[in-house]
Design a protein around this ligand. Sequence first.
Ligand code: NAD
Length: 487
Amino acid sequence: MTEFVQVKNFINGKFTDCVGLLDSFNPATGEVWAKIPDSGQYEVDAAVNAAAQAFPGWSQTPQAKRSAILQKVADILESRLDEFAVAESRDQGKPVSLAKRMDIPRAVHNMRFFATSCLNHQEKANYMDIPGALNYTTRLPVGVAGLISPWNLPMYLLTFKLGPALASGNTVVCKPSEMTSVTAWMFCEVLSEAGVPPGVVNMVFGTGPKAGDALVRHPSVPLISFTGGTATAGVIRAATATQCKKLSLELGGKNAGIIFEDADLEKCIPTTIRSSFVNQGEVCLCTSRVFVQRSIYDRFLEKFIAEARAIKVGDPSAPDTWMGALVSKEHAAKVTGYIQRAAEGGATVQCGHGIDTGIDGSNAINPKGYFVRPTIITDVKDDDAIMQEEVFGPVVCVVPFDNEEEVVRRANGVQYGLCAAVWTSDASRLHRVARKLEAGTVWANCWLVRDLHMPFGGCKSSGVGREGAVDSIEFYTEVKTVCVQIE
Ligand code: NAD
């Protein structure tokens, strides 16, 4: 009989059974490898009650003690890095090597960073000479926070919410993605071992429309931090419209890479390969539209295609694998559907899906896994679906442009505004273009260099709100102004 990983809800410091179970698939083999709870209103109510009961104790625990516990969480997670990386890969499809160098170290860093940044947070004060009053602000945790995270970077994004929510004194109910629940469940053991009191963190596993919906609608949950798709965010906004909840929404993107003719291609091409295909292109910040100045277009394209073709796709546990499998069969079908429709509409698929099958050398690809090779598409129009909609896979379009004004207009010509990457050696142009781009983050001559001190989030349909050192503390707390008249 096959042995499954049996994920359980974690409520009030205890692992609890759930009547209904869902299958969770290993994307690299297409086989069920875990069973997860199919939680609903009953489980969410129990988790919210536990969090509400734990709130007075945790919110009044001295900041330094909360910080010490969270730093211990980081230490224990770090000591189990390899084990978490293997589980993250098996659940999500990404290479183990990527989880070891990015996902789990970043989760450790998130916990450590927010545990300490909270200690250094300062508030405002202002003296009014007429009529003579001293004003100051003070911050209080909001209460029970609902944290809803997606499947692409499970531990990385869960801890980006959990770290600041807990450090600020909130208690939480987390609803990780139903497709990648295993590492969040393993993490509950780490939280207990580090001394996080029962009820402070509760994990409820299950689907969005059932467990997620019950959480966002819950009247005792005044704050929701959501990372996921723009369409889901619309459903959550509608579901919470009458309740005045605090909402942070980190959503999809259709990110542009802009490569001017004076760019350092030696640096730009490998970085743009990474920005297009890392984590199978399943990072909200991945580049999906590359605009290249016409004078270097052919040279760029030739090298870019050669580097994409050299990527090792295959068994996520093999040390030389650079790209693993997409998260699910349905998602792989969605991604390949976009490629197919683009080709039918007259686009040229230069490499990857449907072109390079079977030529990738040493890494055997399991035919039952959800693999899609790095795909580069040209000869598309700006208003084609593949240039407008988030594909969220290893697919990138490359198009030429002639001048600065034109490329800024075209880069901004989508509903999203998450991030962009600009490549040029002209510093003035770089700052000029960065200011004009409608995006929450602009990277210049680099990509995915993340400083947690800086605000992170999207504009337009890419989100509402910002998270980062100061921004997260502001979101996870209510600020109060105290005014003291001085006679
Ligand atoms: P998704 O919106 O389908 O699901 C995200 C989470 O929301 C999951 O836990 C899901 O179960 C839950 N959910 C679904 N329906 C819900 C509902 N009605 N009520 C409450 N919760 C519900 O997104 P996904 O497919 O898991 O993730 C991919 C998307 O996430 C992409 O669009 C990607 O760009 C985006 N993303 C954004 C960022 C960012 O920081 N901006 C980061 C990573 C991923």
